[in-house]
Design a protein around this ligand. Structure first.
Ligand code: HEC
Length: 160
């Protein structure tokens, strides 16, 4: 049996079945690709991993975050990257896609805002009628403070 390392490696490679070779080769290619991707990301050569959703924190918005946590909005929505995904619209970037007026009006009357089709009717999702006005103001401030920058999946489509 071969004793030098390169010979030993070749020996083991030759003993592998075709499927195993394909598997190891593919994993190897992915590792090399992943390494360069990671290198590009940490050196700033590529900015694919840059965070593009921001929260413009303020005392009022922070109070809104506490209400969002208390009401369990994240059982359906993702906001600040935390929460369920796929049940309801992602609220990261909400303040870029919607105006403050729209958000505040939605919290007041989702049915009117969605033209008669909303799941925020108390049977499925939170009935906002049970939320005090001051808390709605805080929640609206919090949601409007969720901004997305170009390149974010939450940026929305630019106006036509
Ligand atoms: C049981 C699931 C559920 C929970 C809990 C929930 N939502 Fe929703 N939410 C939805 C769904 C579904 C929609 C989609 C629009 C609709 O049905 O009106 C939505 C839409 C929204 C929208 C409009 C998004 C847009 O731009 O179109 C806002 C704002 C919102 N929810 C805020 C909240 C807040 C604040 C809470 C917590 C007080 C909350 N939601 C809790 C399911 C939920």
């Amino acid at each position: 049996m071969a004793t030098r390392l390169p010979d030993r490696l070749r020996h083991y490679w030759q003993r592998l079945r075709t499927g195993e070779r394909v598997l190891f080769f593919t994993v190897g290619v992915l590792l090399v690709f992943g390494f360069f991707f990671w290198l590009a990301a940490i050196t700033g050569t590529s900015d694919v991993m840059r965070v593009r959703d921001v929260y413009e924190s303020s005392p009022e918005a922070d109070r809104g975050l506490q209400r969002v946590k208390a009401y369990g909005c994240r059982n359906c929505h993702t906001v600040l990257k935390v929460g369920e995904w796929g049940l309801a619209p992602v609220l990261d970037g909400e303040g870029t896609r919607r105006t403050y007026t729209w958000i505040r009006a939605y919290l007041e009357d989702p049915n009117r805002q969605m033209r008669g089709k909303t799941l925020h009717d108390g049977r499925y999702a939170t009935n906002f009628a049970e939320v005090p006005e001051a808390e709605k103001n805080a929640i609206a401030a919090f949601l409007f403070a969720q901004k997305a920058m170009p390149g974010s999946a939450n940026y929305g489509s630019p106006p036509e």
